[in-house]
Design a protein around this ligand. Structure first.
Ligand code: FCB
Length: 438
């Protein structure tokens, strides 16, 4: 806790974070637990699809622990919380809405606000109702109007409690995992064409939702949580790798960011007849985790670099690189809507946090928010419960929550609005990243 009588010292190697507000992020399917009939529940029920055989049914049991988790946010001084809604709970069958479920979210939002915590609410985070998925999901002809109906219901019932919205989480990851890699639902492999179609539909869904929210709540802030990756040629000077890296970047994020931000759908997208070019974001939300090393059609991880528990490269400079890229094309406030790392031992997470925040501090970019992924450990999609992304450790069988040292560090950064020299010595000094050449 800071000493109120004395301003915190940011003498090097400390640094202040003026203008940056910190929070934590989560997603409904990853933390709530329970038996909602989602695409992920159905997917996880087929043996072999989730690395450790778990399902979203246990997760962090957040549905039953809202009070406890809200209190813990408060204890750590966290004033901004990104949370998701479970569409399948809200609309368990087509056009039928569940009052109990929506009231549960009303209660949660009310409790957060009463605790002085500002919610940022995600409408779609990889999670479809089972019935929507079975009817073709985002490839179905009526996907957009079905999604509109859900959005309308949410706005009427929660709109008075929410000022900040994320329409969609990472359409590029969702489409690539589901239609190219095939290891996420709906499990289609190798169809770049269908993945592009899904991204196009989701970009259109964002724009429609952006307009709908603003019609109802003109002062609301609305954006996408856009997964942006740093792309690098595997062989730095190899012309083929350089072209491949640009190509991968274009297909994965460049065209998509343009489509949802300003309504311009360049090839391979097709301009939807009912969408005019415009300005469709109040902030640019960025989820940043890693850098891809590209050669030919393959994208992977460079050798001899720092890596996390899942083998992803740790590359803090990439966060500012993608933020700058975004800002040059789509100026306006930037919110880092996710950044974090799997680190079960909590051995290098404090260093990771420090390095990413330090990169922001020196960037000169209008980065207003930073949401750490995640608050507590949770169900990490096809990887299951194994990867540990939380500032708070979760013992799954007992559901015991234990704040990690990185969580204490984060609370200290929030309280002091920066990394003090003392915090640096206590939490950062002497830590190292694992490397993939070790
Ligand atoms: C992002 C997802 C989030 C979480 C992190 C680790 O791609 O948006 O749900 O799984 O990765």
């Amino acid at each position: 806790m800071p000493d109120a009588t004395q301003a915190p010292s940011f003498d090097p190697p400390g640094f202040a974070l003026p203008g940056l507000t910190l929070g934590v992020a989560s997603a409904a399917t990853q933390i709530e637990g329970g038996d909602a009939d989602t695409n992920w529940h159905r997917w996880a029920d087929v043996p072999g699809r989730i690395a450790d055989g778990t399902t979203p049914r246990r997760a962090a049991d957040h549905w039953n622990r809202v009070e406890q988790d809200t209190a813990l946010l408060g204890e750590l001084g966290i004033g901004h919380y990104r949370m998701g809604l479970e569409w399948a709970r809200i609309e368990p069958s087509p056009g039928h809405f569940d009052r109990t479920a929506i009231n549960h979210y009303r209660d949660e939002l009310t409790a957060l606000r009463a605790a002085g915590i500002t919610p940022l609410v995600t409408l779609h985070h990889f999670n479809n109702p089972g019935w929507f998925e079975a009817a073709g999901g985002w490839e179905a002809r009526h996907a957009l109007t079905v999604f509109d109906r859900y959005v309308d219901y949410v706005l009427v019932n929660l709109g008075d409690l929410v000022d900040e919205w994320i329409t969609l989480n990472e359409p590029n990851v969702y489409a690539t995992k589901g239609w190219v890699d095939g290891d996420w639902p709906p499990g289609v492999s190798g169809s770049i064409r269908r993945a592009q179609k899904v991204m196009q539909t989701m970009a259109a869904a964002h724009i429609r939702t952006y307009l709908t929210i603003h019609r109802a709540w003109p002062r609301a802030k609305v954006g996408v949580a856009n997964h942006l990756r740093a792309f690098a040629p595997k062989r730095r000077w190899n012309p083929l790798d350089r072209v491949s890296a640009r190509g991968a970047e274009y297909l994965f994020q460049t065209a998509l960011t343009r489509a949802f931000s300003v309504g311009r759908f360049l090839a391979p997208f097709v301009q939807p007849p009912d969408i005019d070019p415009g300005h469709y974001y109040d902030f640019q939300g960025i989820n940043y985790y890693t850098r891809s090393s590209v050669t030919g059609l393959a994208d992977g991880v460079a050798r001899r670099v720092p890596v996390n528990d899942l083998g992803w490269e740790i590359h803090p400079a990439g966060l500012v690189e993608v933020a700058r890229w975004t800002h040059e094309r789509y100026p306006g406030p930037i919110w880092i809507t996710e950044n974090g790392t799997p680190d079960a031992a909590d051995a290098f997470r404090p260093l990771f946090l420090h390095d990413h925040l330090k990169a922001i501090a020196g960037s000169g970019l209008p980065i207003e928010r930073f949401y750490h992924w995640c608050f507590t450990d949770n169900f990490e999609w096809a990887e299951g419960e194994e990867p540990r992304f939380g500032l708070v450790a979760l013992d799954y069988p007992t559901q015991q929550r234990t704040v990690r040292e990185s969580g204490r560090f984060y609370a200290d950064i929030i309280a002091n609005r920066g990394v003090t020299a003392a915090a640096y010595r206590r939490w950062v000094l002497g830590r190292h990243y694992p490397r993939n050449d070790a």
